[in-house]
Design a protein around this ligand. Structure first.
Ligand code: RB5
Length: 151
C-alpha cells in the first residue's frame, strides 16, 4: 500500500516511528512534513495529505496531531477523503470495514507506540466490506446523508 503521511508539531515525534512501522510492513511512504518540530498549523498539513490521497487513486494517508481531532476534521473537508480518528485496533479496523476510510488519524498525546502499531496493522489488514456499507459511503460522497430512524 502507498501511504502519504503528515503531522503538525504535536504529532511530529510519532511520525518517524509510524514510518518505521509502515516500512517494516512493506508499505511505500511519502513524508509530506513537517521536517522539524517547529510550531505549524494542522490544517495546512491535513490539506497536503488529503489532496495527495484524493489525487492518487488507491493511496492512503496517515495524519497525526496532538489529539488527532483538528487534523482529521481538516482532512475531511477535501472531497473524496474519509479520515477516521482512531484510538485502538478495533476502530482502525472498523473504519476500513464499514467506512472505507482512506486516512487513519490519531493523536500523539492520546495513544502510545504499541497502540499505533496495532492500529496500522488493523487498518492495513482490513478490507472494505462493501454492500450496504457502500451505499452509506456513497451518501457521504453525495453530501445527501440524512440520518434517519432506520440506521
Ligand atoms: C496543538 O497544540 C494541538 O492543538 C493540535 O495538535 C491538535 O491536537 C488539534 O486538534
Amino acid at each position: 500500500m502507498k501511504f502519504y503521511i503528515a503531522t503538525d508539531h504535536a504529532g511530529f515525534a510519532l511520525k518517524e516511528f509510524t514510518k518505521e512501522i509502515l516500512h517494516s510492513l512493506g508499505h511505500e511512504v511519502v513524508d509530506l512534513g513537517p521536517y522539524n518540530d517547529s510550531r505549524v498549523d494542522y490544517p495546512d498539513f491535513a490539506k497536503k495529505c488529503a489532496n495527495a490521497v484524493a489525487s492518487d487513486e488507491g493511496s492512503f494517508g496517515i495524519l497525526i496531531c496532538g489529539t488527532g481531532i483538528g487534523i482529521s476534521i481538516s482532512a475531511n473537508k477535501v472531497a473524496g477523503i474519509r479520515a477516521a480518528l482512531c484510538h485502538d485496533a478495533y476502530t482502525a479496523s472498523m473504519c476500513r470495514a464499514h467506512n472505507d476510510a482512506n486516512i487513519l488519524a490519531f493523536g500523539e498525546r492520546v495513544v502510545g507506540k504499541g497502540v499505533v502499531e496495532s492500529m496500522i496493522k488493523a487498518f492495513c489488514d482490513t478490507p472494505f466490506e462493501g454492500g450496504r456499507h457502500a451505499n452509506r459511503v456513497n451518501k457521504i460522497e453525495d453530501e445527501v446523508c440524512s440520518l434517519g430512524a432506520d440506521l
